[in-house]
Design a protein around this ligand. Structure first.
Ligand SMILES: *[C@@H]1O[C@H](CO)[C@@H](O)[C@H](O)[C@H]1NC(C)=O
Ligand SMILES: *[C@@H]1O[C@H](CO)[C@@H](O)[C@H](O)[C@H]1NC(C)=O
Ligand SMILES: *[C@@H]1O[C@H](CO)[C@@H](O)[C@H](O)[C@H]1NC(C)=O
Ligand SMILES: *[C@@H]1O[C@H](CO)[C@@H](O)[C@H](O)[C@H]1NC(C)=O
Ligand SMILES: *[C@@H]1O[C@H](CO)[C@@H](O)[C@H](O)[C@H]1NC(C)=O
Ligand SMILES: *[C@@H]1O[C@H](CO)[C@@H](O)[C@H](O)[C@H]1NC(C)=O
Length: 354
């Protein structure tokens, strides 16, 4: 029967059969006497994988035979070791207690263990469950990924642990508290938008140990979009700069045109400089022929866009005052004052004459 199936030595098998006849090996329904507290095994035992579990059974001096069983397999009968597993050792065998220890517990050790005793020729058993916990661990997670805007993305985060860990995904690149995006091993984003790019964090949580946390980066490609292109006024002989700012992933490359002519550094005392999102076209010494419309073209592998920017002439005086609305404001205010003063003197002059 079951018992012998687990044992390899025939003489032990024989002994089991005789043990069964004699006293304590349970044959199906565990024997529960009216004395519910005896033999008293401890409550369920919970240990982490890799730790040791102690199985304790409280007895008294009426007990004549004792054994600990793993399901229907005898581990120890009295001081005799039946298990061939070196991790199983006996701790205590006294008239009041009978305990064994399982070292380096693994998940397959989980299950019911039975303390079986014989008292006054009556077999009795007490059952304890060994529960094995495993800290959460992420086993398989998606790699960093680059996609085009509008496509669908599925991220995967597989975790093990006992109890089964809860897996959540969070978008880190958004404000605190708005980041929970999925309470599942799978994070699915359909029609992904550029603001959904960034770091995503997978967290596997059970109450055994600290959560296991890993990150995945999603890069969302999108075609260039020119966010800043401002017309600029410069007077002849001054330095003038046109600038064009484009957001794009991957970063845009820039070209400058005047009418149909592509411009390049070195032509007619101009220079083109590209720094990240911004391209500038600089004229070192603006002359009349430089005024006009320029086109900035921003291109990446997803497309291109352009903007027209005008370099226009301003009078040298306001150029000396410098650029910007504030300076301009001061300028007109002082002009108005001068005007007032002038009209005042003219008025006085008029009166003195008559
Ligand atoms: C208990 O029994 C299970 C199932 O047969 C086995 O996998 C496990 O190794 C046993 N554990 C001990 C400590 O005997
Ligand atoms: C012991 O564990 C078993 C199986 O998990 C469960 O059915 C039983 O209620 C538990 N007993 C106690 C006292 O926690
Ligand atoms: C992770 O999961 C994917 C999808 O289920 C599978 O193709 C891949 O082989 C797994 N990798 C590892 C290391 O388990
Ligand atoms: C700018 O160009 C004009 C005419 O071509 C020239 O007379 C002037 O010296 C130049 N100024 C500078 C600073 O190079
Ligand atoms: C320059 O562009 C502006 C607006 O895009 C347009 O109104 C104007 O006619 C253009 N000027 C020239 C000289 O092409
Ligand atoms: C600018 O864009 C318009 C329409 O988007 C296109 O017709 C034109 O050819 C572009 N100009 C350049 C210089 O690329």
């Amino acid at each position: 029967m079951g018992v012998c199936g687990y044992l390899f030595l025939p003489w032990k098998c024989l002994v089991v059969v005789s043990l069964r006849l004699l006293f304590l090996v349970p044959t199906g329904v565990p024997v529960r006497s009216g004395d519910a507290t005896f033999p008293k095994a401890m409550d369920n035992v919970t240990v982490r994988q890799g730790e040791s579990a102690t199985l304790r059974c409280t007895i008294d001096d009426r007990v004549t035979r004792v054994a600990w069983l793993n399901r229907s397999t005898i581990l120890y009968a009295g001081n005799d070791k039946w298990s061939i597993d070196p991790r199983v050792i006996i701790l205590v065998n006294t008239p009041t207690q009978y305990s064994i220890m399982i070292q380096n517990v693994d998940v397959y050790d989980e299950g019911p263990y039975t303390c079986s005793v014989q008292t006054d020729n009556h077999p009795k058993t007490s059952r304890v469950h060994l529960i094995v916990q495993v800290p959460p661990q992420i086993m398989n997670i998606s790699s960093d990924i680059t996609v085009n805007e509008g496509s669908s993305v599925t991220l995967l985060c597989l975790a093990i642990g006992r109890p089964e860990p809860t897996v959540t995904w969070r978008h880190l690149s958004v404000k605190e508290g708005q980041g929970f995006v999925s309470e599942d091993e799978y994070l699915e984003i359909s029609d992904i938008k550029r603001d959904q790019s960034g770091e995503y964090e997978c967290s596997a949580l059970n109450d055994v140990a600290a959560p296991d946390v890993r990150r995945v980066k999603i890069t969302v490609n999108y075609p260039p979009y020119i966010s800043k292109a401002k017309n600029t006024g410069v007077s002849v002989g001054q330095k003038g700069t046109l600038s064009c700012e484009a957001s794009a992933v991957p970063t845009a490359e820039f070209q400058w045109f005047k009418e149909d002519t592509r411009l390049a550094t070195g032509l007619d005392g101009m220079r083109i400089e590209n720094k990240g999102r911004i391209s500038t076209l600089t004229f070192f010494n603006v002359s009349e022929k430089d005024y006009g419309n320029y086109t900035c073209v921003a291109t990446n592998k997803l497309g291109n866009t352009n903007a027209s920017i005008t370099l226009y002439e301003i009078s040298p005086s306001s150029a000396v005052a410098g650029p910007g609305a504030v300076i301009d404001g001061v300028n007109s205010a002082s002009r108005a004052l001068a005007c007032l003063w002038l009209s005042g003197t003219l008025f006085a002059h008029f009166f003195i004459k008559f």
